[in-house]
Write a protein that binds this ligand. Structure first.
Ligand SMILES: [Zn+2]
Length: 314
């Protein structure tokens, strides 16, 4: 009997090794895109560490998660993402996390009273382009944060209320500024179809050179049709996007020039990624302020180049 006792620790070791591996979370919050990260940071303040995966100038439609990003998603206490297939190549990973019942939340999915653009199975995912809709996403995120960390729930609710005021001012500015564009010129042409919600909310007709995802290339016929349209309507400018190659925009500008119509490059817009971290344009409000101000002035409206808070860096 005495001889058996020293064996016990070894037995424990053996049994702990064969036990099914559990995922231990490190309590961080991981977000996929900057627009979700920024809203989360505004609401969470210093209470939570937020790690964002897809950064400045990177296209979420085609971004393949790195091994390190997969690990962060696995380990996070809470994962917040956009959804509606925006994070195309991360979808499987996010779904598998859902299956494990670890907290994961698609901010742009399941919103009440929001009519989605596109078809039922593949709606347009670019919901941040309508500030009123994104305010609802911010509210949903503040509720999720409260569930994730009930001790600070009331702080999150207070931060959201303050942030909602700023978003309200931004939405008002969008309507006023874009409303100064002459009605005939309220046409927004960008590299890919990211601005449909923007156009619907603020009264612009929107045309993308590529489709709804950057995964597809624009066909020659599409480009020629677009050129004819721009010439016919005498639209003065089209726009470049920070996360989409310039090539197709260039083709449209050159095609219009051959028909004797000068289309300007109206400037770079932030579509699926925000500006550099640490700058005003690297926040959701700053990116939208930049877009609204740039579009307004290039299409013949008139607002201060410094934007609605005097913070834009031109
Ligand atoms: Zn997009």
């Amino acid at each position: 009997m005495k001889k058996l006792l020293p064996l016990l620790p070894a037995l424990f070791l053996a049994s702990s090794c064969t036990k099914k591996e559990e995922i231990t979370t490190d309590g961080t919050i991981v977000t996929t895109i900057g627009m979700i990260a920024d809203v989360t940071r505004e609401i969470a303040g210093d209470q939570q560490e937020v790690i964002n995966l897809i950064g400045e100038g990177v296209d979420p439609h085609t971004h393949k998660p790195l091994k390190s990003e997969m690990d962060l998603i696995q380990k996070a206490g809470l994962v917040l993402y956009n959804g509606h297939l925006l994070e195309g190549k991360m979808g499987t990973l996010l779904e598998s996390r859902k299956a494990n019942e670890n907290p994961v939340f698609a901010g742009a999915e399941g919103l009440k009273d929001v009519s989605l653009i596109g078809d039922e199975h593949h709606p347009d995912p670019h919901l941040w382009m309508d500030v009123a809709i994104w305010t609802q996403v911010a509210e949903a995120i503040s509720q999720r944060l409260g569930e994730f960390d009930p001790a600070n729930q009331s702080d999150y609710a207070t931060s959201f209320t303050e942030y909602r005021k700023q978003l309200g001012d931004l939405d008002t500015y969008a309507k006023t500024a874009l409303g100064t564009i002459p009605p005939d010129h309220r046409v927004l042409v960008t590299a890919h179809d990211a601005f449909s919600y923007f156009g619907r909310a603020y009264g612009l007709e929107v045309r993308g050179i590529q489709g709804i995802s950057t995964d597809s290339e624009a066909g020659t016929k599409d480009i020629n049709d677009l050129i004819d349209y721009l010439v016919e309507k005498q639209i003065p400018a089209i726009f470049v996007e920070s996360s989409v190659p310039y090539k197709s925009v260039q083709a449209v500008i050159e095609g219009a020039a051959q028909q004797g119509h000068v289309v300007k490059n109206g400037g770079e817009l932030f579509s699926d990624a925000m500006g550099p971290t640490g700058t005003y344009e690297g926040t959701y409000i700053g990116m939208m302020d930049h877009n609204i101000t740039t579009i307004t002035n290039a299409l013949g409206g008139g607002v201060s180049q410094e934007g609605f808070q005097g913070k834009l860096n031109h």
